[in-house]
Design a protein around this ligand. Structure first.
Ligand code: NAD
Length: 343
């Protein structure tokens, strides 16, 4: 089969030929129907420092996927050939203290599809049956492949109730853009977004943000204090992974507010805990992955009740054009990029 792999410790990716995978007893083989590109795939493409310490090459990349079951291991129940599934991409051990307590999202031995095991930018991919999510909804395959990152955004926005609350989303990358759709769908008001890239500023406005601020041009704190009449926002969703965005975002949070932090930062840095968190009695949540599997039920309910996730998918490329897609992502002139299956 064909696959996109990281084969050399340098920038770039390679299209390779590889033997098709075989299922273990508790696994299935999916024929990839659609895939989409995650920010971590871009880190792998660029060969950033943190991924250098994590990824063993050669590795087939990609984890956001919708596929059709074509083979089943002998212990797999409840699925059949032809089922169209999305994939929870954190493969867990079931044995560590976190798993034993049902907290699979923080499994001590998590293996991520396309990072620790061969991924989905291929004709076929092997997945544990435990990680499958059967799709009952009549929704396009391109949307089904972005359910996984959508789950990150769902947990970030909905860690607590947001209806009738003011929300600030810092960073309007693909995940922040999904955050806007969720905030809007669930009745948050007003929705503030901070973003520095022109394409994404425009996209954030198009998706329903009430105020979009470029913190390089305007003072975010003063803007928000002005609109909220000195109160600040009740909810901060940090979705940029930028240190300054977090600091400014926390400054904007009202006393007794909450902050959910999804963005991953490049390095360690200082924060004024006293002023920004403790003395305002703020609740801070770290968000990693998705709740397995209650988030997936929420995803379906949100889509079923009309949230149009297709609006964040701005470009579609063929798998063989992966380099072009990565260049566009690097420039930030896109929302989510979808990949067509190999012909
Ligand atoms: P992205 O890098 O495409 O988007 C981040 C956006 O933040 C960009 O559009 C960028 O222009 C913007 N930005 C940069 N500096 C800013 C500033 N000072 N103020 C406002 N905006 C600023 O990333 P994404 O794919 O949308 O993902 C969002 C974040 O979530 C990333 O940091 C990613 O690594 C992280 N992530 C975390 C998890 C998890 O499980 N915790 C999962 C997936 C992604």
């Amino acid at each position: 089969m064909k696959a996109i792999a990281k084969t050399k410790p340098q920038k770039g990716l390679e299209i390779i030929e590889k033997k098709e995978p075989l299922p273990g007893d508790d696994e299935v083989i999916l024929k990839v129907k659609r895939a989409s590109i995650c920010g971590s795939d871009l880190h792998i493409y660029k060969w950033d420092k943190w991924i250098q310490n994590r990824l063993k090459i050669p590795r087939v990349i990609g984890h956001e996927v919708c596929g059709e079951i074509v083979e089943l291991g002998k212990r797999v129940k409840n699925y059949k050939k032809g089922d169209i599934v999305s994939v929870e991409t954190h493969f867990v051990c079931m044995e560590c203290p976190a798993c034993k307590k049902g907290n699979y999202r923080v499994c001590y031995n998590t293996k991520i599809l396309g990072v620790d095991v061969d991924g989905a930018f291929a004709n076929y991919v092997k997945v544990p049956a435990f990680n499958l999510w059967k799709n009952k909804l009549d929704i396009s395959e391109e949307v089904l492949s972005v359910k996984e990152p959508f789950g990150n955004a769902v947990d970030t926005l909905l860690t607590e109730d947001i209806s009738g609350k003011s929300v600030l989303i810092t960073g309007a990358g693909p995940l922040g853009l999904m955050g806007i759709l969720i905030a809007s769908h669930c009745g948050a008001y007003p929705i503030f977004v901070s973003e520095v890239k022109e394409y994404r500023i425009n996209k954030a406005k198009e998706l329903g943000a009430h105020y979009v601020i470029n913190p390089k041009r305007e003072n975010l704190y003063e803007f928000i204090m002005d609109i909220t009449e000195g109160e600040g926002v009740e909810v901060l969703c940090e979705m940029s992974g930028n240190e300054e965005a977090l600091r400014e975002g926390l400054k904007c949070v009202a006393p007794y507010g909450r902050a959910s932090l999804l963005g991953l930062f490049e390095k360690d840095f200082e924060i004024d805990f006293n002023e920004l968190i403790i003395l305002k009695n703020i609740r801070i949540y770290g968000i990693t992955g998705r709740e397995m599997f209650s988030t997936w039920y929420k995803i379906d309910k949100l889509l079923e009740s009309g949230l149009d996730l297709k609006r964040v998918i701005t470009h579609t490329f063929k798998m063989e054009d992966i380099e072009k897609a990565m260049e566009l992502m690097e420039k930030g002139e896109c929302g989510k990029i979808s990949l067509l299956p190999w012909e």
